[in-house]
Design a protein around this ligand. Sequence first.
Ligand code: CDP
Ligand code: MG
Length: 764
Amino acid sequence: RDGSATLRRLRETKDKNTMRQRFWELGGSKMGNAMGVKDDKGEEKDSEEVDESGEVDYKKNSGFASHMKKQDQSNSSSDFAKTKSIKQQREYLPVFTVRDDLLTIIRENNVVIIVGETGSGKTTQLTQYLMEDGLTDYGMVGCTQPRRVAAMSVAKRVSEEVAGSTVKSKMTEKDELGGTVGYAIRFEDQTSEHTKIKYMTDGVLLRESLRDPDLNMYSAIVMDEAHERSLNTDVLFGILKKIVARRSDLKLIVTSATLSAETFSDFFGGVPVFRIPGRTFKVETYFAKQVAEDYVMEAVKQVLQIHFNSGPGDILVFMTGQEDIEGVCSMLAEKIGTLGEGAPPLLVLPMYSQLPADMQAKIFEAAENGVRKVIVSTNVAETSLTVDGIKYVVDCGFCKLKVFNSKIGMDTLNVTPVSKANANQRSGRAGRTGPGFAFRLYTERQFKDELMENSVPEIQRTNLSNVVLLLKSLGVDNLLDFDFMSPPPQATLESSLYQLWVLGALDNTGALTKMGTNMSEFPLDPPLSKMLLFAHENGNCSDEILTIVAMLSVPSVFFRPKDREEESDAAREKFFVPESDHLTLLNVYLRAKQHKFDSQWCAKHFIHSKGIGKSREVRAQLVDLMKQQRLPIRSCGGTWDVVRRAICSAYFYNSSKIKGIGEYVNMLTGITSCLHPSSALFGLGYTPDFVCYHELISTSKEYMSCVTAVDGAWLAELGPMFFSVKESYANRLLKRDTEAKRKAAMDKEMALAQKQLDAREEAR
Ligand code: CDP
Ligand code: MG
């Protein structure tokens, strides 16, 4: 039930590169996560079977149409934004009505939980109130966000608000983003010495606590979006609880959009909960009559239905990720396009984390008069971002969740049904500025019987090796003693400890090794920091590995436009290094560097110059971190075998042995996987006996992504806990022996057959 035929069709025609390339095409400038998508093992449904009539079967509500006509005149707050000053907009928010009470309760308590409906002004206003109350005289006001997109876009909005309340003509550098108001996300720091309000991802603050255990730079910390229960926020809870106990001058404010704030209050020993009075309007919710086979198609139909039959008001569609969002957007554009001039215009806007910032900002802009806006978003619009003027919500009922997959030993992104709490949040987005309508693309029975009340906190479902390494670095020796709000499963903790031990970050007693301490200094996943440090210690190739790690930390830089696939593939092939995709990445970078990262050169070779540019920035930051640790940067000067060995040192547990043509079997899990068609090894038809890979991508089958050929002996040397030469040598002998026996048997058989033939010949 968790699939969509359209999505499957989309996926079959795209590979990882084309999925990612859009990012740079659109002018991307941000970091992105690897896009491993794992789902769709469900039954195959022919997408052509889907009813194209455009009819949507909803529980009829007789008053629906007339009711809607009555109240559609007003509520576009896009108009509100256009006509009201920033000050007026700020004062219109629900949180403004309780500003003084709020500041009083914060003055009187060190920890306060604040609950308020999404859009009441928690994220944008609280930090400003604290600044206005003088708290920034003693340190920064920090505000954490589980999502990068939110950190950046909210910081931009708040910097405008702060500048708006000063005299416009005297705009100084302090008024710009990165001045009084700034933000920090991994590998991107937009703050300065003027910064008083700092928005950041929860991961950034967590890392800052490594350097500054008391977080003395801050006078107040707002832990925003706590209801999301993101992994880093959950860990921060435990850390901040200790810090507030030590620092009586620190204000901690925890905000939540859901009413169940008692968990948070209890965790801090029963601190006060302040509720911002809501200003929500009635949202009428409709369920699908039948179980949807294809939520992409259903969403498109539903949007068109609203667009053609209902009064003004913008539409917000919840999808799961970039792929299905782009699917819905392109299908909508296509349908509207085929209707020609007469059709009412519809402004279609996607919203997902990999989308470049300027494209993301578009969702907040008011459309031209009379034009309806439809925003197709991931669950970032559920509570993190508030767009005004939404009157209709379409909810596909699914979201992407990162889940630790014990079968392959790493996290995968799964398309999962949302929880009831998520579904209600989504519907609620329609009723912020006036009464609204929510259309759920699933049945009422599914809602009641199949959705969980709340989703499982991330800490209880994902790989924790990064967190474990960090906690160990903070001196938490026994993880079971750590004050987790929701303790992670013992098995996940153990598997994370094991992964760190395998990488040499922990010793046999579970204590941090020197390697582990050094690894924790880098904002990288443990295998990547291991690769870097191994390169430094053993191979003298840290220069090369720095580049590879930086290239792995940005979305693919290969550009593969739709109608020029062959041409771009040929261009890419010129960079191929036969035995390694990692070295291919290095090669691309070095060649681009030779040409001074010239954008014309990049375009000619189908390389995203912005992508390469971003990897240069990441590399520069990693170089700084190396310098801070006094680790000299050395190059192997072209003897690239040492580079492959360093790669092997980090990924030996992702190693596979050849099984057939382009087919490999993981030596630890026994899972069969293939070389990805975009791999250099695949392209050049090189199939070494052993390979290591960066990650596994599951679409219709399992693919190894970013592959490097390794020497069997290296595996035994670098991963002695798993492999031994003796064993593999014995195996080889055994194989040779069986092979010889088989050959002898065959010879014998042949000889026998020949003899019989000869005898028959003679008899004749
Ligand atoms: O955090 P909470 O959900 O309570 O509300 P908020 O994010 O502070 O949003 C308050 C208001 O700021 C909303 O009316 C948004 O429309 C507006 N806002 C905006 O115009 N642009 C942004 N990038 C973020 C918020
Ligand atoms: Mg918020």
